[in-house]
Design a protein around this ligand. Structure first.
Ligand code: NAD
Length: 809
């Protein structure tokens, strides 16, 4: 017998007992209400959702399907609770978060089993990865609560947070959202995914055990409509969403202009790059983890294999051999590698993608391994010979399907890796440290794992570039998503978008302005500056440029006297400016010392022209000379501030549970569109442009349309200060018309808009097209002369995105 076993090396079954989970379900009569204000309540809708074990198809329980009225009750409870929760000391909140972390550890096995039977994931993963990470998140954030005054000085909680999560890591996604919200003094209404609500309901049980005050966490189970009702609720201060890019886009549109803060953790199509000098066996094991962990239902799954051409055949053969040893089976069997896919609908979708890939010419490999006779399973799948343009290489399959492509040179590998609308994660495999780190630096993704994959920790932020969303979860950067500056009152308004996200009113917004040919105006007031006969051009790529339409706009002083003319920029001018900004992207690779020098030099050259700028400000705005001089002086101080920060904000080495380094690198966003306010025309522009370029971005600036002459005079300051052409481009004209082109431009990475409420809404709404980051002024106007409002880390954070590079020892 023993001998036969040695010969076959076959596994026997190693089931984890499910009795504790079954007993917990029975205790609740396999029927769950909502968890609102610390109590289980039946939904007003009286509707429920059936929850099944995908590995067997067996019914596990029924949970409430929340209606709009239920969501409203939960938000009210959260609002009431926030008043006292937000006032607790950091220490008091830390005690509660610590109690939650301990309770999770005490019930770890129960959580793991419930998670596995609900989702279908292997017990090995829920037991060794999901649940320990959940506890880790509450420990880490207990620490953040304790240190809140040191970590987040001058910041206040947002209030009530609506949180919506997907089904792939049900409890872990809950922890990523609930822990930082609570640590920073917010209360939450959380909606789990309809397929996998059970561990959130178990979490509600342990909250009571941990003594969390009623109403601080409310759990409302339900379908997509319940999620939509939460998004639409007027008394929510922020929506934190994890899910598909499609729904994320809709939520961006629906919350546009509402004043609700938004963070979006969306989909991905992450590259897994294998160079010819990689440890190939290690890389194969890495791939097993990258694409078959959690059945490939992982937002950051390494689903796009890019392998160097000269090793592609042996590497793929090794991989195919390894695939024949993977074991697919019941999630509670401790000896399986791949569990059940969450639902038959999801399995059918995966299968459709695979058939599409084959129809497009891909070569299919699925190992001949035993598959369970019942349940919702899909075999590990490799599609090779895939073209980068094919659908399966571009779209997120969200299943155990790897697509493989080849490359010849590192430059080609990086180009292919970045050839995606997503940017969530990447893995890089090479024994050559220079090549591995250079690739990690060039790949555009929020997490990059060197010779490793799928590493996570509460101390390292996680989140995307581009259409993978914005905002980070975890790390100190994740905390900032849940606070606002204490001076802000954070007003909210109803969005005027319809419930399906369509924009009912805004078609005419930003329409082309009727051009006005340059003309002589009424005579200038005696002594007013600048001279009347001057027509300032645009400033693009380091040169003055005539506006494409050859029109100009008159600039009038407060008493209606013509002060001068500026160019009336149009769509084409903005496109030229964006192109020039892209050509100047080498600015991001200049040393921070160099960028600091340029900013100091800008200040020096502005200082020598104080009289002239003060004169222009007086003439344009009618302010006193003293006020105008103060504005110039504060602008100089701002330039000094960001010259100072230019070489002190590059990121940090983060301590995590990994043996190695996790480098949280502060990367530039790319090209930022900046539409300036009319208040403080010089100071506001400098306050916005300086942090952006300090962090290596290139900008396209639309100066105040009412008072643009301070900006056009600034060209000469830029020219004399060694600012490379294209780093700062200035297009005068109508703010909304020019903003519309910027926000709709695919090659603009972020849009900052300081105009009116409708413009703010339009910018947020239209940003959804390529999920660009936005910063708009609808919340509250900034007092540009007040240091605590108009300068500092908030401006630097708006100018960067954090990339975490994981380098194991
Ligand atoms: P999904 O977008 O369909 O649903 C996610 C959640 O949103 C669910 O709770 C759902 O009920 C709710 N929802 C659906 N429509 C809604 C609407 N109109 N308004 C408000 N809420 C709505 O996504 P899914 O299929 O559950 O999850 C898979 C997706 O999640 C994948 O694209 C994956 O990449 C992504 N994901 C991303 C991360 C990340 O951190 N970036 C993590 C996990 C999963």
């Amino acid at each position: 017998m023993l001998r036969t076993l040695f010969d076959s090396m076959s596994y026997g079954p190693a089931p984890e007992a499910s009795d504790v989970a079954e007993a917990w379900l029975e205790d609740h009569g396999r029927s769950f209400g909502l968890f609102i204000d610390g109590k289980r309540v039946m939904p007003a809708s009286k509707k429920s959702i059936e929850v099944r074990n995908p590995a067997s198809g067996r019914r596990l329980a029924e949970v409430a399907d929340a209606s709009t009225a239920d969501i409203d009750a939960a938000v009210k409870a959260a609002r009431k609770a926030q008043k006292s929760w937000g006032k607790l000391s950091g220490y008091d909140r830390a005690r509660r978060l610590y109690a939650i972390a301990r309770a999770i550890q005490k019930h770890a096995r129960l959580f793991a089993v419930v998670e596995s039977i609900d989702n279908g994931k292997p017990i090995r993963e829920s037991r060794d990865i999901d649940i320990p990470l959940v506890a880790r998140h509450f420990y880490f954030h207990a620490g953040c609560a304790q240190l809140q005054d040191d970590l987040l000085p001058g910041m206040a909680p947002l209030g009530v947070i609506g949180q919506i999560i997907p089904w792939n890591f049900p409890l872990l996604m809950l922890a990523w959202k609930v822990a930082p919200a609570l640590a920073t003094g917010n209360t939450v209404v959380l909606k789990p995914a309809p397929y996998t609500p059970l561990t959130a309901l178990l979490f509600a049980d342990i909250l009571q055990e941990a003594g969390l005050p009623a109403g601080v966490v409310n759990i409302v189970t339900g379908g997509d409509e319940a999620g939509a009702a939460l998004v639409d609720h007027l008394d929510i201060d922020k929506i934190a969403f994890t899910g598909s890019t499609e729904v994320g886009r809709l939520i961006r549109q629906k919350t546009a202009g509402s004043g609700k803060k938004l963070s979006l953790e969306l989909g991905g199509k992450s590259p897994f790059v294998v160079y010819d000098d990689a440890d190939l066996d290690g890389a194969v094991e890495g791939l097993v983890d990258a694409i078959w962990f959690n059945q490939g239902q992982v937002c950051c799954a390494g689903s796009r294999l890019l392998v160097q051409e000269n090793i592609a055949d042996p590497f793929l053969n090794k991989l195919r051999r390894r695939m024949t040893t993977l074991r697919v089976g019941d999630s509670l069997d401790k000896g399986i590698d791949i569990g059940a896919v969450v639902d038959p609908i999801q399995r059918d979708t995966i299968d459709r993608w695979v058939r599409q890939g084959v129809a497009d010419g891909a070569e299919l490999f699925q190992p001949d391994i035993p598959m369970p006779a019942v349940g919702c399973f899909y075999p590990p799948t490799l599609l090779s010979n895939v073209s980068p343009a094919s659908t399966v290489a571009r779209e997120e399959i969200f299943g155990p399907v790897l697509v493989a492509m080849t490359f010849r040179t590192p430059a080609e590998a990086i180009a292919l890796a970045n050839n995606t609308r997503y940017g969530l994660a990447a893995s890089v495999w090479s024994e050559n440290i220079t090549l591995a780190l250079d690739t990690a630096h060039r790949v555009k993704a929020g997490s990059v794992w060197v010779n490793s994959t799928n590493l996570f920790d509460a101390a390292a932020g996680f989140g995307g570039y581009r259409e993978s969303g914005y905002g980070r979860e975890g790390g100190l950067e994740g905390l900032r998503e849940y606070v606002r500056p204490a001076w802000q009152t954070h007003k909210k308004t109803a969005s005027t978008a319809t419930t399906n996200g369509a924009d009912p009113a805004g078609r005419a917004w930003g329409a082309a302005v009727a051009g006005r040919p340059a003309r002589a105006g009424s005579p200038a007031k005696a002594g007013a500056t600048p001279a009347i006969d001057r027509t300032a051009k645009l400033y693009i790529g380091g040169k003055q440029a005539r506006p494409d339409g050859a029109y100009s706009r008159a600039v009038l002083g407060p008493d209606g006297v013509l002060l001068g003319q500026v160019g009336e920029g149009n769509r084409k001018d903005i496109r030229n400016a964006v192109e020039a900004a892209h050509q100047a992207r080498g600015w991001a690779d200049r040393s921070p010392h160099h960028r600091a020098q340029v900013l100091f030099y800008l200040a020096e050259n502005l200082a020598v022209r104080t009289d002239e700028f003060a004169g222009t400000l007086c003439a344009m705005t009618g302010c006193s000379e003293k006020e105008a001089r103060r504005e110039v002086d504060l602008s100089l101080q701002r330039l000094f501030t960001y010259a100072a920060w230019a070489d002190k904000f590059g990121g940090s080495v983060q301590e995590t549970t990994l043996q190695g380094f996790v480098v949280a690198q502060h990367e530039s966003l790319g090209v930022i569109g900046i539409a300036c306010p009319d208040e403080r025309p010089l100071l506001a522009m400098v306050s916005l442009v300086a942090p952006a370029i300090a962090r290596g971005n290139c900008v396209v600036v639309v100066p105040s349309p009412a008072h643009p002459l301070a900006a056009t005079d600034f060209y000469q300051v830029l020219d004399t200060s060694d600012v490379p052409g294209g780093v700062v481009n200035i297009v005068t004209g109508d703010r909304d018309h020019l903003t519309k082109t910027l926000v709709e431009h695919d090659d603009v990475d972020a849009m900052w808009y300081f105009g009116d409420a409708e413009g703010s809404r339009q910018v947020e709404y239209r940003s959804a097209a390529n999920m660009k980051r936005t910063w708009v002024s609808h919340v509250q106007p900034i007092d540009w002369t007040a240091k605590e409002q108009a300068e500092g880390p908030a401006f630097l954070y708006a100018s960067l995105q954090v990339k975490n590079i994981w380098i194991p020892l």
